[in-house]
Design a protein around this ligand. Sequence first.
Ligand SMILES: *Cc1c(COP(=O)(O)O)cnc(C)c1O
Length: 464
Amino acid sequence: MTTLQDELFAQQNSKDLLKQAQQAAFEYIDSQSNQRVFPNASNLEKLTLFDESLPEASSDPALLLEQLNTVGSVNTVAQTGGRYFGFVNGNALPVTLATKWLSDVWDQNAALYVMSPIASKLESICQTWLNQLFGLPEHTVAGFVSGTSIATLSGLAAARYRQLQKLGWDVNQQGLFGAPKIRLILGKQTHGTVAKAISLLGFGHTSIEWVDCDKQGRLIVENLPQLDQSCIVVLQAGNVNSGAFDDFTTLCQLANTAQAWVHIDGAFGLWAKASNVFDEQTKGMELADSWSVDPHKTLNTPYDCGIVLCKDAEALTSALHQQGSYIQLSEQRDGLLYTPEMSKRARAIELWAAMKYLGRAGIAELVEQLHSHAQFFADLLADNGFTILNEVVFNQVILNCETEQLTQKTLSLVQQSGECWCGGSVWHEQSVIRISLCSWATTKQDILRSVKVFVEARKQALQT
Ligand SMILES: *Cc1c(COP(=O)(O)O)cnc(C)c1O
């Protein structure tokens, strides 16, 4: 009788499943340019084929892979093509996908050096390279997490530890009940993940002092309250709608003088530092204490790949401290010291591949291309009756039509087209269409084709 284990060995040895997956993956890549960007209704209907109760007996793995391929691939959103402009979702550079495939086979746990010397080594290398790329002090440490949400949580946990310690309170020992008050200073345009991190950290939204922002979404410096060492200030490198950057030099200098902590949410915008085209935007960002940034956005690595950077290594590792009799720390880098998670995939591998492949010049070229494409897109739309609402300083464009209704109708027709996809938002109490250029694969041709869709959608919306 063959046991489950016999079967698994047979699958592993024949590699048939991997070959089947490889073939399906190649077909998907080749079909990208013709595939709808968002699935149509009849394909979405097919998702019900997955509705079944937990199988009692084992399923044929080749058949389930086939089901995933035939029903699954047509129900993906074609983010890896050139005409997806939703949220701020990056593509994946071919070399990052290839290195991820190889490292998936390795299945490394990046928690400890003794679990994976290669993961530990590449985390160290990436940390050094990131400091060089972003112009941060050499002693800045990096934690490799799932994305900016967790990076921000980690950075603010370090801030909580350090600011409370300055006030004579050890949050690890004494907790938050009865702790001195911490003041959180946030622009009204701060990303929603920051407020989430603040509640997870036990501060409560009543600790937040909201500061007004200007038309572009930048925190208004004159409106900043008096800062002191109980303050944590959160700034943005790249507003999620407009792409705007805060005035880091002025704000960080005020904070540094007052011994306030500054965290910069630079999920997609921190990468602008790679090119001197954006010097005016990124100036002074190195004066902060911690940063969050996503390789899975602008750098075009696969998900999930986020980073927390922190100048104060002791604050970060104290905040994320973990003990256990079986945990074997080493003289080398142990990744778990810098992240909330213990077990985690070795995401620094793709990050290393992206940075080694592109180099500083390649990263600069990538961000400059995203920016010039955003400008090209905005100029064409402006020529065709749309109103551009932001200064296109990086990769984001926000626009609208003459009325709320026309904007919403046009957006909905664009989304239904299958030709391209972008999302909507609310900007200064108006409905807007937002476009994010975040894929290495977008060409001018893709933009021309998408502008046609926008023009046609607006025309049709005007008629109904
Ligand atoms: C995407 C984004 C986030 C959230 O990042 P995740 O990687 O999705 O967790 C936070 N802030 C900004 C500005 C973003 O663009």
